[in-house]
Design a protein around this ligand. Structure first.
Ligand SMILES: Nc1ncnc2c1ncn2[C@@H]1O[C@H](COP(=O)(O)OP(=O)(O)OP(=O)(O)O)[C@@H](O)[C@H]1O
Ligand code: SF4
Ligand SMILES: [Mg+2]
Length: 334
């Protein structure tokens, strides 16, 4: 039996409006094994949420998957009907915590009703008694007393509300949880508590996770793999060691982490890099990072960089051409 849960290959997503075409996700590939956590990082507008929405097939009307494939537990997600996606995959096998979780709860329904609704949706012929037992269990799992299920969202603090959102996402025991900046709206101490709790639940339930975040400290704490996104591309990816211990990095990753080589000690927040990410509706010829790169060469301005790999580590940058231990992966799937 394969250990692979999700395989995304050459995924390309655009948003098409009357004025422009935004190349939000540009041929990205990655895999995720069962129980594994992938940290997806990158500055605002890089395409992180779009990637998540494409997997969930919840892109807005203007969004379109142009090419690529997404295989989840050996099923091609792009071949499923809306109904199959809604009844068999979304919520049940893949759950998502959205970027703005505070609006995810319905203010006029009790917390217990909202969790039981999610459970009921995916389980036919389950007795009410069993559903209520499950509601109690998931609330307690996220550290909330079951007796509080009769309360409304406004009776909970921000951190508690976020726990409820996580309880709803986990109520059907999904194989994959996509969490899009699940703690940015919370204060720092509560952020740490909620993340620690998510890490524990993941270990206990064996849920695989894609964690979208700006916080590299969080990534170091709970991820197995890291993918760095820039202007719709995954410009570097690898294991936690590849990203935090190795000295080889894409110039953008170096900028993100601050000074090398002490990636973790120097900074744990994304540090600002001079310049702006190119507008995804007007991407340059050549490397997307050329205008901000201190190492930019002539070739970078005329041709998109190849992919270079060193075992589990992948970087899309000409600096790795001919470098010891690195080889070109031209034409290979990564
Ligand atoms: N509905 C939309 N219509 C048109 N363009 C969009 C739409 N949603 C996102 N975009 C554009 O697609 C690109 C990728 O956006 P996305 O929201 O995926 O980035 P992100 O990495 O999640 O950013 P953030 O960190 O700010 O959440 C951006 O240029 C964004 O402006
Ligand atoms: S390909 Fe060139 S411009 Fe792009 S990051 Fe590498 S060195 Fe810089
Ligand atoms: Mg986003």
């Amino acid at each position: 039996m394969s250990n692979e849960l999700l395989r995304v290959e050459n995924l390309e997503v655009i948003y098409k409006t009357t004025q422009e075409t935004v190349q939000a996700v540009n041929k990205i590939s990655f895999t995720l094994n069962k129980g594994e956590t992938l940290g997806l990082v990158g500055e605002t507008g890089a395409g992180k949420t779009t990637t998540a929405l494409a997997i969930m097939q919840l892109l807005p009307k203007t969004g379109k998957i142009l090419s690529g494939s997404m295989t989840f537990d050996e099923r091609n997600l792009l071949k499923l009907s809306d109904e199959e996606m809604r009844l068999q995959i979304r919520g049940e096998r893949i759950a998502m915590i959205f970027q703005d979780p505070m609006t995810a709860l319905n203010p006029v329904m009790t917390v217990g009703e909202q969790i039981s609704e999610a459970i009921r949706y995916h389980s036919e012929n389950v007795k009410e008694e069993e559903i209520q037992k499950r509601v109690n269990e998931v609330l307690e799992m996220v550290g909330i007393q079951a007796s509080r299920k009769y309360e409304y969202p406004h009776q909970f603090s921000g951190g508690m509300k976020q726990r409820v959102v996580i309880a709803i996402a986990l109520s059907c025991e999904p194989d994959l949880l996509i969490a899009d900046e699940p703690t940015t709206a919370l204060d720092v101490t509560i952020q740490a508590q909620v993340l620690a709790m998510m890490g524990e639940l993941r270990d206990r339930l064996g849920t695989a996770m894609i964690l979208i975040t700006h916080d590299l400290g969080v990534v170091a704490q709970i991820c197995d793999k890291v993918a760095v996104m820039y202007a719709g591309k995954l410009i570097e990816k690898g294991t936690l060691e590849d990203i935090y211990v190795s000295n080889d990095h894409h110039p953008y990753t170096v900028g993100l982490f601050g000074a090398l080589p002490n990636l973790i000690e120097e900074t744990d927040r994304l540090s600002p890099i001079a310049g702006l990410m190119p507008d995804p509706s007007r991407l340059p010829v050549g490397c997307n990072f050329q205008d901000r790169c201190l190492h930019c060469m002539d070739i970078c301005k005329v041709k998109k960089p190849d992919v270079f790999v060193n075992k589990t580590h992948m970087i899309e940058c000409y600096l790795f051409s001919g470098k010891e231990s690195w080889r070109s992966a031209h034409g290979e799937q990564n």
